[in-house]
Design a protein around this ligand. Structure first.
Ligand code: ADP
Length: 415
């Protein structure tokens, strides 16, 4: 089955084409046919189209909306030019898997999209006002391009964290706000944390129920998850992705009274302060330079820039504090697992996060750590380290494609 995986944001459509089916899943023999993105939709878009085993094609062209972007992607995939032998016409795409950010409490697993599911995703718009409308546009766009007959599946970022116990997902707020407005911790990056935990148990050859780890998704957005017996039992992002670790442009945890304080001092509305916390804080806010960790590491190394160093230090310190609290909450764990652009590529950041965790029995192997960059997967702690550490490059698209196949084939879902 050829599955088109779509990740539709407000001005971006990212995609992958993956050939998979129940048998390929069982044998780990899924095949990636193509990937790419259409960015800056609404104006002169930047288009990247990359068929497996070929050079990536980069171009620009005016792209009006998500529908035009999906149309462009599929026209390219079907063209001789793309070199994708498996896809010669629209009919060769058999199903579509959509990344949907917020599924609220309703969606605990991936689902085939029906009118009722669309209404359910609409009901979650107030919880994710920036993301869910863009995801819905992607669903409509795909229907328009492929016709209503094509099965579409929604895979939710929040679903994996629906196993959190109530004492972990409730805030210390008056309980009626949870009842009335569903204010609680939902967590995000769920498909990523789920993939990392799945891959870990494959590497270790252990059962799902034996998976007791802390997963760290460190990209532009960052989150940690505590996984016990294969289930997510705590995670750092909350009602929105703003809570938890410090990120590229997000503050992460702050004293909530700061919102009002900044609003009064700077003459801003609450909405403006929220934007500031989401877009101008974190690494970029502290350094005053960039939200890009690679650039900060260069600045710190080459120019000994004080605020670049400080931003990196706060970033690592916050993560270490979360690891410590999760180890306490679970009474220890078997492994820490790093993923995301920073987690997968920066041996230096990983080493700095792990400094001081020797107390918990973590012994990083400097040589192994240095080797794990650029998408490589493997152990970075010493043999016999009581708390192990791994790098596992995440692959959300693969899980989205697999969930899509399982939903379409009516097979049980494996979370
Ligand atoms: P997103 O969350 O947008 O998917 P990524 O997972 O690609 O982002 O992560 C982006 C982050 O990863 C950026 O801060 C980038 O600087 C960082 N990164 C990528 N490669 C490296 C590297 N070699 N060293 C340090 N940081 C890196």
């Amino acid at each position: 089955m050829n599955v088109l995986v779509l990740n539709c944001g407000s001005s971006t459509v990212k995609f992958q084409l993956i050939a998979t089916d129940l048998e390929s899943i069982a044998q780990n023999a899924d095949r990636r046919l193509a990937r790419g993105a259409v960015e800056r939709i609404g104006g002169e878009a930047i288009i990247t189209l990359h068929a497996e085993g070929r050079e990536a094609l980069k171009s620009t062209a005016p792209v009006r909306d998500a529908r035009a972007a999906v149309d462009l992607i599929i026209r390219w995939a079907c063209s001789e030019n793309s070199g994708i032998a498996e896809v010669r016409s629209v009919a060769d795409v058999h199903a579509i898997g959509h990344r949907v950010v917020h599924g609220g409490e309703r969606f605990t697993h991936s689902v085939l999209i029906t009118d009722e599911v669309v209404r359910g995703i609409e009901d979650c718009i107030d919880l994710a006002p920036l993301h869910n409308p863009a995801n819905l546009k992607g669903i409509t766009a795909a229907r328009e391009v492929f016709g209503v007959g094509i099965p579409e599946v929604a895979v939710f970022d929040t679903a994996f964290h629906q196993t959190l116990p109530d004492y972990a997902y409730l805030y210390g707020l008056p309980y009626q706000y949870y009842r009335r407005h569903r204010i609680r911790r939902y967590g995000f990056h769920g498909t990523s944390h789920r993939y990392i935990a799945y891959r870990y148990r494959q590497l270790r050859n252990i059962a799902r129920g034996e998976t007791n780890v802390i997963t760290l998704h460190l990209g532009n957005g960052c989150s940690a998850a505590l996984i016990r017996g294969g289930d997510s039992v705590d995670t750092s992002m909350g009602l929105t992705p703003l809570e938890g670790l410090m990120m590229g442009t997000r503050s992460g945890d702050i004293d909530p009274a700061i919102v009002d304080f900044i609003a009064a001092k700077e003459g801003l509305t609450a909405q403006e302060v929220e934007t500031l916390l989401n877009k101008q804080s974190g690494l970029i806010g502290i350094s005053g330079l960039t939200n890009d960790m690679r650039e900060l590491l260069d600045e710190a190394r080459e120019n000994d820039d004080r605020r670049a160093r400080l931003a990196i230090e706060i970033f690592c310190y916050r993560i270490r504090k979360y690891i410590g609290s999760y180890l306490a909450a679970m009474g220890g764990a078997d492994a820490l697992i790093f993923a995301g652009g920073i987690g997968e590529n920066s041996a230096e950041v990983r080493e700095r996060i792990c400094e001081g965790l020797q107390w918990f029995g973590l012994e990083i192997d400097a040589e192994r750590n240095a080797l794990q960059t650029g998408g490589r997967e493997g152990l970075i702690s010493r043999d016999g380290s009581r708390l192990a550490a791994y790098v596992i490059p995440t692959d959300e698209e693969l899980l989205i494609a697999r969930d899509t196949v399982r939903c379409v084939r009516g097979a049980p879902q494996r979370f």
